[in-house]
Design a protein around this ligand. Structure first.
Ligand SMILES: *[C@@H]1O[C@H](CO)[C@@H](O)[C@H](O)[C@H]1NC(C)=O
Ligand SMILES: *[C@@H]1O[C@H](CO)[C@@H](O)[C@H](O)[C@H]1NC(C)=O
Ligand SMILES: *[C@@H]1O[C@H](CO)[C@@H](O)[C@H](O)[C@H]1NC(C)=O
Length: 249
């Protein structure tokens, strides 16, 4: 009963406060160092030709309801959010250690998976063409079947933060990290899921040698995927986490 009530509050919260639905990674902690991600304020700074910080977070134009719908899964907007454009600097992380992603607070959507991908820029991530990036999934989490708690609920309970480990065997290089939550409160309608992807430039250091094959952003998802189009309002006993297979190194 309490669980049902929470879900109703979530749906209501979405309609009541669309402003809270903007999905931005406001900052990360990598190698123990905090770095700012992206802020919608920067959009207005750009419009007003005012200086704004250079951060590793990709520019995005998510000024409407703030998500990418399944109807745009085959559009470049799914890669690094709406009009995603290269960041001009990079953070650094050692392979084998973690990146903590901090989401806009408060975050309302507690039904859905959390996913993290990396794509080797094979050169400079500040100028790479995002449509050529091939994403490798390094972290994924769906639902705890015992408690029926979703990964996005865990993220919210953890002060809006999600931590992913970079596989130790990943080859060093310049990477775009693509961190994402998919809000599934409307997933029982075809096209009703909401993707909140966010990209950051992060250099990976270390002694790894693995260069796993990845998937183009526009090939990650389809609107009919079992983990995208399903009824979340039943007790789930299986859940197919969207996207290509997890690479654990
Ligand atoms: C990165 O630099 C280029 C060239 O100066 C600029 O056009 C672009 O807006 C910058 N990107 C961001 C996210 O600030
Ligand atoms: C919660 O996260 C925010 C950043 O999103 C951070 O400034 C704050 O210190 C965090 N609070 C705790 C208790 O960790
Ligand atoms: C659960 O498994 C069934 C049978 O394989 C499948 O049809 C369904 O799409 C799965 N549901 C989810 C939410 O992944």
């Amino acid at each position: 009963m309490v669980f049902l009530l929470l879900k109703v509050v979530t749906i209501f919260g979405f309609f009541a406060s669309p402003a809270l639905a903007h999905g931005i990674v406001t900052g990360i902690v990598a190698n123990g160092i905090y770095t700012q991600g992206w802020s919608l304020d920067f959009y207005y700074d750009i419009v007003n030709k005012v200086a704004y910080p250079t951060t590793p977070g990709w520019y995005e134009d998510a000024l409407d309801s703030g998500f990418i719908p399944p109807s745009e899964y085959q559009d470049p907007n799914i890669i690094c959010h709406k009009d995603g454009r290269n960041a001009n600097t990079t953070a650094t992380v050692a392979a084998g250690s973690t990146v903590e992603f901090q989401w806009t607070q408060p975050w309302a959507h507690n039904i859905g998976p959390m996913l993290t991908y990396v794509a080797n820029c094979n050169g400079d991530c500040e100028t790479v063409d995002k449509t050529t990036l091939e994403f490798v999934k390094i972290d994924e989490s769906g639902i705890d079947f015992t408690t029926q708690e979703w990964a996005s609920g865990v993220m919210i309970a953890n002060n809006g933060s999600w931590t992913s480990t970079v596989p130790k065997s990943l080859a060093p290089g310049h990477y775009v990290f693509r961190h994402e939550t998919i809000a599934c409160h409307g997933a029982s309608t075809l096209g009703g899921a909401q993707n909140y992807p966010f990209c950051l430039n992060i250099d990976v250091t270390g002694f790894g040698t693995a260069n796993p094959e990845g998937t183009l952003g526009v090939d990650l998802y389809n609107e009919n995927d079992p983990g995208i189009y399903f009824n979340p309002y039943v007790t789930l006993t299986n859940y197919t986490i969207p996207g290509p297979v997890l690479w654990t190194g």
